[in-house]
Structure formats: structure tokens, C-alpha cells
Design a protein around this ligand. Structure first.
Ligand SMILES: [Zn+2]
Length: 455
């Protein structure tokens, strides 16, 4: 079927232009002032921005974290995503304590297959590094996988990697095209904090247990290693002004990028001081004064804005005795709030906000995820994942998730309305609702390990 999108203002080549876009067989086939074209369907995008489908680069979905199971399935997470213009969801496969990475991948694929409304791409989180594990990673990298996540903290959860380990992996896997995603909080600094005398009944104390210095030092260490080994590296969920500045200062010296998350821009540590402040526990923690940080991000410092969506059930968040908040699971939902809160970074200038979404939610994450040849821009040959966004819809409250998790942005509202969201050329969302909720058509973007002769 041929579809023509007319009359919108389209993000193309770094600016907004009045152009039409023609879609056929799931791909964009032409962009320009197309005049009369014989098509089966026309979408009138008058008053709207026409943007490449968004990518949430950092989410946790349908997984067990410690003793807790996340509230979102692939079905509910990708539904919330697509209804808000997110056509590709990047999420993690984390190797569990008694399994191989391939077994973890098989679990995730079985849950996502046939259930996903958006496309899905996995970042791999290996946690053991035997010669067999490394051999598997090499085959996966040669077969189209690209992003590996490493943690500089969480020893007790069994996912910690020392700086020596990180350096070893930079050396062995970096030359094979691996992009490293690093959670930066220096475990030594966190371990050295003495909780004696701190009030563990107050969630606010979390800011003392995981201080800004832990993030800043870890960023400095991994930047040094990445530059020394010429490794491609992306730092996830940067929350500190100094950490972000360090990355900006070093960006030109190598292939470095970073993301921040809406909660680090628009929620500060005062949320932890609320009666129900434990719900806003996440790591790294919410921080103090946000104005300078927000200003730096407004100037375009972050490559990617992503959610770190990690939706614990309200009952699991609330199930503690008020004595020691350290038992409360860390993380908050965010998928369906992502474009709305990102828009707020530049909301006094709607055109800049629209370009902000095109750059930080689409172009840059597509490139970093290794799918920049088919996603992230509205150019002929690319997947026709297209958002027709009306910036002047009726005001409505933000929802971070459709799952059974608390609201991370209570009191926040948005005027953004998703008139049409096309996935592979088909309108899957109209006026913010799935057109065929019972028939998910999202694709798993990476080859199955079986097709790489691995499973
Ligand atoms: Zn995360």
C-alpha cells in the first residue's frame, strides 16, 4: 500500500521543512514536494510535526530484578511506547546467576515474540566472562549485536565489573565493533560510606549513600580507559553536572556519548523527602539543584534522552516497614512520559523542541544502537517508522506507564497528541490509541542466536 503524508513540517537534515513523505511496502520511498501522486491513502499532517519514530534507548521490561518482578510485560511496555511515538524499544537481556547469556536471550525472545507492538532491540548484559562466554559474545557481535552493558557497581547483585575487567573487555571486544554502555557509580566510593548515624528510615538518605562523587569518579575512570583503548563508549543515565561536563569536554577525543533521563532533569532530591519519597528511589539518586544541569542539556549536551524505565509494582515499592529503605527496589517507570517530558526541555520554543525529539529520541539513539542505516531519520530507504505529532492537543496528565506501577511524574501535564504513529509504513496508532491492539506487529531487530548457529 502507498501512503502519502502531506502538509506537515518534517524533520530532515537537521531542520524542519514543509515536505511530503511517500511510504510504500514498509519503507520511505520519496521525500520532497511531491505534487499529485496516486496513492491508496493520504494523511493530512497540517499543524503537525512529522518526525522519525522515537527510540527509548534504555528500558527494563518483563524481567526479575533481585526478588522483584517488573510490572511491565513486553505487550504492555511496547503498547505504552507505541502510543507515544516510540517505535523501537531498547531493553536489556541480563545473564542470571546460573545461566548463560544465550539462555537469558532465549527467555527474553520467547516473551517478546508476537507480543510486541513496537520493534525491540536488546542490549546485552553479560555477568560472567569465562572463555566460553567471550567466544559467545564474539559470535553475537559478528552476527549484528552491538551494545554491551557493564556496571561499575552492584557487587552484591552479581553484575559488577571492576575497572580491570572493563579494560580487558575494551581491549578484547572493542575492536570487534562492540559499543559499551556503562553504568557509572564507583563501587569503592559507595562502599566507603559509613551508614552509622544516618537515618535509614528516610529515603532522602539515599543521596548520602550514593553520592555525586561516585558517579563523577567512575565517569572519569571509564573515559580515560575508553580514550586509551579507542573504544566506543556510551555512559547511561548521567545525573551530575560535573559528570556531564567531563563527558562533553572529552567527546571530541573519541567515540563517546551519554544519555540522561527525564527524572534527572525535572525531579530533584526533594521528591525523596516526601512522605512517599521511597517511590522515587533510583540509582543514581535524584540530585540537588537541577537548573544548571537542565541548562546544559538544553544546549544539546546529552546525545540521548532515555527513560531507564524500571517499573516496580506499587505494592513492591510500598512493601517496607519504614525502618530501612535499602530494601526498597530502585527504579521508576517512564516509557510513556518520555517524549512529553523531553519536549519540556525546550517547550518555550516548539520548533526547537520538535528537533530536540528528532535528534535525542531518534537520530542519536539509532546511531548508537547500530540501526542508523534503517531507523532514526526520514530518508528514502529507511523503515517507515513515522510520528505525526500535534503540539497543540488538549492538556492531559502524564502517564509514565500503563502497568501497575506508581506515577513518576504526578502533576505533570502535556499538550502533545500523537495523531498517527506508523510502524513499518502501517498506521498502528491513531489519536494516541492502538488501531489493532490484539495484533502486535513489532519486530525483533536482531537475529536469533539459533540463526547464528549458537543456540
Ligand atoms: Zn537501567
Amino acid at each position: 500500500m502507498k501512503t502519502l503524508i502531506r502538509n506537515g513540517r518534517m524533520a530532515l537534515d537537521g531542520c524542519l521543512q514543509h515536505l511530503d513523505v511517500l511510504v510504500e511496502d514498509g519503507r520511505i520511498t520519496a521525500v520532497g514536494s511531491l505534487g499529485e501522486v496516486l496513492v491508496e491513502r493520504e494523511i493530512d499532517a497540517a499543524g503537525c510535526y512529522v518526525l522519525p519514530g522515537f527510540i527509548d534507548f534504555h528500558t527494563h521490561v518483563d524481567d526479575q530484578i533481585g526478588p522483584y518482578y517488573l510490572a511491565d510485560t513486553y505487550e504492555s511496555a511496547t503498547r505504552a511506547a507505541l502510543e507515544n511515538g516510540i517505535t523501537t524499544l531498547c531493553t536489556f537481556v541480563t545473564q542470571g546467576p546460573d545461566e548463560t547469556l544465550l539462555q537469558a536471550m532465549a527467555r527474553a525472545r520467547a516473551k517478546a515474540e508476537g507480543q510486541s507492538h513496537s520493534d525491540v532491540l536488546w542490549h546485552l548484559t553479560p555477568t560472567t566472562f569465562s572463555p566460553a562466554d567471550l567466544a559467545t559474545l564474539k559470535v553475537l557481535l559478528s552476527g549484528g549485536y552491538r551494545t554491551l552493558k557493564l556496571y561499575t557497581t552492584y557487587k552484591s547483585a552479581g553484575i559488577y565489573a571492576s575497572y580491570d575487567r572493563i579494560e580487558e573487555l575494551f581491549t578484547s571486544l572493542g575492536p570487534l565493533g562492540s559499543q559499551f554502555l556503562i553504568h557509572c557509580e564507583d563501587d569503592g566510593i559507595i562502599e566507603a560510606v559509613d551508614p552509622t548515624g544516618l537515618d535509614l528510615s528516610k529515603a532522602f538518605t539515599h543521596t548520602r549513600l550514593r553520592p555525586e562523587a561516585a558517579e563523577i569518579v567512575a565517569i572519569q575512570r571509564v573515559v580515560e580507559l575508553a580514550l586509551a583503548h579507542r573504544t566506543s563508549m556510551h555512559v547511561v543515565h548521567v545525573s551530575t553536572l560535573e559528570g556531564a561536563r567531563h563527558l562533553v569536554a572529552n567527546r571530541g577525543k573519541g567515540d563517546l556519548s551519554f544519555e540522561t533521563c527525564p527524572q534527572y532533569l525535572f525531579l530533584d532530591e526533594s521528591w525523596l523527602a516526601r512522605e512517599d519519597g521511597h517511590r522515587w528511589l533510583c540509582s543514581p539518586p535524584l540530585r540537588g539543584d537541577r537548573l544548571s544541569f537542565l541548562e546544559l542539556i538544553r544546549q544539546g549536551a546529552a546525545d540521548i534522552i532515555a527513560t531507564d524505565h524500571c517499573p516496580f509494582c506499587t505494592r513492591d515499592k510500598d512493601n517496607w516497614n519504614g525502618q530501612d529503605f535499602r530494601v526498597v527496589p530502585n527504579g521508576m517507570p517512564g516509557i510513556s512520559a518520555l517524549p512529553h517530558v523531553t519536549w519540556k526541555i525546550w517547550e518555550d520554543d516548539p520548533d526547537r523542541a520538535a528537533m530536540g525529539l528528532a535528534t535525542h529520541l531518534s537520530l542519536n539513539p539509532a546511531h548508537r544502537a547500530g540501526i542508523g542505516d534503517r531507523k532514526g531519520a526520514l530518508q528514502p530507504g529507511m523503515d517507515a517508522d513515522i510520528v505525526v505529532l500535534d503540539p497543540r492537543g488538549p492538556e492531559r496528565p502524564l502517564r509514565s506507564t500503563s502497568a501497575d506501577a506508581f506515577e513518576a511524574f504526578p502533576g505533570f501535564t502535556s499538550h502533545l497528541a500523537f495523531r498517527h504513529v506508523l510502524l513499518h509504513g502501517e498506521t498502528r496508532v491513531q489519536d494516541g490509541r492502538l488501531t489493532q491492539p490484539a495484533a502486535p506487529t513489532g519486530r525483533l531487530l536482531q537475529p536469533s542466536p539459533a540463526s547464528l548457529s549458537l543456540a
